[in-house]
Write a protein that binds this ligand. Structure first.
Ligand SMILES: [Zn+2]
Length: 144
């Protein structure tokens, strides 16, 4: 079974497909990068009003961290499209796996929040081999 098959079972997106899965060597923690692509003939959705709009351009590739698998960090890699919305102006498209400019996927955020309900943030970070960093703007966790 391929990783893409597993991802399509646990985290399928209607308008996006999984592309190349790459094992990144020479990192302190083994890392998987999973490319995402818009489904053929899909139109980007304006992140402000939620309507399908005409594409404007694409932004550089962006990495968003997904739930670690088998001791590997996992990142979704995607170059977001921008839309020319007649109501909202030029906006970045809505991506169902992440909100705004966050660095963690929604799934990973919920995964961490679920563990944090059972344990303290510090204990959850320790159990999941994460580094806990309290910040003014929120809490940041990353693999050690
Ligand atoms: Zn809009």
């Amino acid at each position: 079974m391929q990783i893409k098959t597993i991802l399509n079972r646990v985290q399928k997106f209607k308008s996006f497909v999984y592309g190349t899965v790459r094992l990144v060597e020479k990192t302190s923690i083994p890392t998987l990068e999973i490319e995402l692509h818009p489904r053929a003939n899909s139109h980007p959705v304006c992140s402000s009003c939620g309507r399908q709009r005409t594409g404007y351009d694409r932004l550089p590739m962006r990495h968003v961290e997904f739930i670690p698998m088998w001791g590997h960090k996992v990142f979704f890699v995607y170059a977001p499209r921008r839309v020319a919305c007649p109501d909202c102006g030029i906006r970045v498209e809505r991506m169902p796996w992440v909100k705004g400019k966050r660095h963690l996927t929604e799934s990973y955020s919920w995964f961490l929040a679920d563990w944090a309900k059972r344990l303290s943030w510090k204990d959850a970070a320790s159990f999941l081999s994460l580094v806990w960093q309290g910040k003014k703007s929120g809490i940041s966790l990353c693999l050690q």
